[in-house]
Design a protein around this ligand. Structure first.
Ligand code: SF4
Ligand code: SF4
Length: 374
């Protein structure tokens, strides 16, 4: 990461802090999360995305193709630092590599690309990641392979046989690619849900049996969410996660803030974040209706669905506009956006503790957020 990247990120954070106090205009977001497709090849218990095109097949034709993203990436060419691409299963998106190429070529400050995958299409994941590495020079590419094991639990939660074994193969393949591409950092994404809460130690044992070092540094945690992205609004949130505290406390006891001389600054930042995320997750589970940190959604970040609709985040289902019809800049500075920012500040959104928004929220609340880590 160059000095210029740091300076730009710090400037964006300072402007966002001032904007929260209504002292300056809200800067364009430095982080955007996009669900590039709702196609999915698993049938997870805690998410209904996979049902969307089964129930309404015609909607699939309305997904944006890569060229629809041109004006978006041109509009945030200076600001975009961190791009999250999810789905559905993002590797099923035929022109995923074109979308990433477009983002990297239009946004000269893009530093982090974050992809999530269920790992069920091992060959496709390997192919698309290799193409992205060939065609772009994004400094830090992280791919989270979802594993909610141990194996029988994972296959049950994910709704298909072999879900575990195929995800393990995907993870190992990506690790093999990363040995010759230092900018690729695969990790395991573990979602604590009502189906696996309290089983984290069994999960680590299962990883060890697969020959994967059960190193908690390689595992990122999230909590089961209810929100518009997952098409499961009303299915409940933190209060349902009985047993999650045991898993979280165990993880907290294992996290090391890495040696600054042996790992890149992004990795160190991620471990700091992981620790803070877990400390705050315990608070969130105790009081799931109270915001654990002032949320950065619509100050530093936003979410875009496969059809171009812009939302504050993947949970708060209020639409701001559509980038196919209206320029992103206009949507970002619209009256609707400003009203929704007011609701978020007053904690009138559904409230959640999701890593997508927790990371920018953590940065936005520095230095206060660093105190519990000392
Ligand atoms: S959680 Fe992910 S893998 Fe599971 S159905 Fe939803 S989009 Fe598909
Ligand atoms: S707290 Fe959660 S639901 Fe509310 S705006 Fe932030 S990310 Fe969205």
């Amino acid at each position: 990461m160059t000095v210029a990247n740091y300076v730009n990120l710090c400037k964006a954070l300072i402007k966002a802090k001032l904007a929260r106090k209504n002292l300056v205009q809200v800067p364009k977001p430095f982080r955007i999360n996009i669900a590039v497709t709702y196609h999915c090849n698993l049938h997870c218990k805690m998410c209904n995305i996979w049902k969307i095109y089964r129930e309404t097949p015609n909607r699939a034709r309305d997904e944006m193709s890569s060229d629809c993203y041109t004006s978006l990436f041109e509009s945030i060419s200076e600001e975009l630092f961190w791009l999250g691409l999810t789905g559905g299963e993002p590797f099923l998106k035929k022109d995923l590599v074109d979308i990433v190429y477009l983002a990297a070529s239009k946004s000269r400050n893009l530093h982090i690309l974050e992809l999530t995958t269920n790992g069920f299409s091992e060959k496709l994941a390997e192919k698309r990641v290799s193409e992205i590495l060939e065609e772009t020079a994004i400094p830090f590419i992280t791919v989270g392979v979802s594993l909610d094991g141990p194996p029988s639990t994972h296959d049950y939660v994910r709704g298909r046989k072999q879900a575990w074994s195929r995800a393990i193969t995907t993870y190992k393949n990506l690790c093999a690619i990363s040995s010759s591409h230092p900018n690729l950092s695969p990790h395991i994404s573990y979602t604590i849900s009502r189906h696996n809460a309290g089983r984290f130690l069994d999960f680590l044992d299962a990883l060890a049996e697969e020959g994967i070092e059960p190193d908690t540094d390689l595992i990122s945690i999230s909590l089961e969410q209810s929100g518009h992205l997952y098409h499961n609004v009303g299915s409940g949130k933190g209060s349902l996660l009985y047993g999650a505290n045991t898993d979280i406390e165990f993880l907290l006891s294992r996290i090391r803030i890495s040696n600054p001389f042996s790992k890149g600054i992004v990795e160190i930042g991620r471990n700091l974040f992981k620790k803070m995320f877990l400390i705050s997750a315990i608070d969130f589970l105790k009081r799931p209706n109270k915001m654990v940190l002032p949320c950065a959604a619509l100050f530093c970040s936003c979410f875009i669905d496969p059809f171009g609709f812009v939302y504050p985040c993947s949970v708060y289902g209020e639409k701001l506009g559509n980038i196919r019809k209206t320029s992103f800049g206009h949507i970002w500075h619209s009256h609707t956006a400003s009203k929704l920012r007011g609701s978020i500040k007053k904690e009138q959104c559904p409230n959640c503790w999701s890593p997508c928004e927790a990371e920018p929220s953590f940065l936005l609340s520095i230095p206060k957020t660093l105190l519990p880590l000392l």
